[in-house]
Write a protein that binds this ligand. Structure first.
Ligand code: BTN
Length: 273
């Protein structure tokens, strides 16, 4: 058993006591991407709840085709396989909400600092990105999701500023002390299990309200970067499909989708394009 498995994954799985998430788990010192690995397992019929955790990824993937990099030993890089066949593909954004709420609750319980969300699915502490989520969904029929991989990258014990810019942080940078990754991983798996079972039993509105309650983006002036244009407006709400409704300067309410845009807080004095 490797050092990573012995000190992080095995203690997290001991006495886990979940119903679905983490009943089976795969641990890796290094692999290309936990999401990519679980896509293969999903295609081969693996049961839902399977978790893959890595100490390092050599081809970690972020949203919108970006890469996700983290030095070994510093982060929690994990993916969860779910089979929410009770959800239509149009409700896929609920899985992003589920992941964000589960991660936020687990981190908050562990470090006792408030975590907020930035649309569509960044976790923040003091307005700096602490964790990202990549949900990949496949519909096996037009009316239902066959499987969904929920991938999470949490910056735990490092200072990512130099690598990814001033807008990122980590748990240790925020608290001033190292965080035990085993304790946090167990809290994350338990929170995922709780949220997944709640959603499976129909608690969609409760999840949506909890997610909205953490969303720091609403009411803010944001800059929306589309492929061919950018505009500034006020983020007013999020619709059922997860689209952000932004009131542009000309008064038009525009719907922006996570796949198409990056939303940034508009900075005073920053030129608007
Ligand atoms: C984002 O762009 O904010 C989402 C980042 C998601 C990264 C995680 S790390 C574990 C899992 N495996 C991947 O390749 N990506 C996700």
């Amino acid at each position: 058993m490797s050092e990573f498995e012995r000190t992080v994954v095995a203690p997290a799985l001991r006495n886990l006591e979940t119903f679905v998430i983490g009943r089976e788990a795969l641990a890796f010192d290094a692999l290309p991407s936990t999401n990519t690995l679980l896509r293969e397992h999903a295609g081969q019929g693996a049961a839902e709840g399977l978790v893959a955790v890595a100490d390092e990824q050599t081809a970690g993937r972020g949203r919108r085709g970006r890469t996700w990099t983290a030095p070994p030993g510093t982060s929690l890089l994990l993916s969860v396989l779910t089979r929410p066949t009770w959800l239509p593909p149009t409700d896929g954004f609920l899985l992003t909400m589920l992941a964000a709420v589960a991660l936020a609750e687990a981190i908050e319980t562990t470090i006792r600092m408030p975590i907020s969300l930035k649309w569509p699915n960044d976790l923040q502490i003091d307005e700096r990105k602490l964790a990202g989520i990549l949900v990949e969904v496949e519909a096996d029929r037009p009316d239902r999701i066959g499987w969904a991989i929920i991938g999470c990258g949490v910056n735990v014990n490092w200072q990512p500023d130099a690598a990814v810019g001033q807008s990122a942080t980590s748990i240790s940078a925020a608290t001033g002390q190292p965080c035990d990754r085993a304790v946090l991983l167990q809290a994350i798996l338990r929170a995922f299990d709780r949220q997944y079972l709640a959603l499976r039993t129909g608690r969609r509105e409760a999840l949506r309200e909890t997610w909205l309650g953490r969303l720091a983006t609403l009411g803010q002036t944001v800059r929306v970067d589309l492929a061919t244009e950018s505009f500034v407006g006020v983020a007013e709400s999020v619709d059922q499909g997860g689209g952000l409704l932004v009131r542009a300067a000309d008064g038009e309410l525009r719907r922006v989708l996570a796949g198409d845009v990056s939303v940034r807080r508009a900075q005073p004095g920053q030129p608007e394009t």
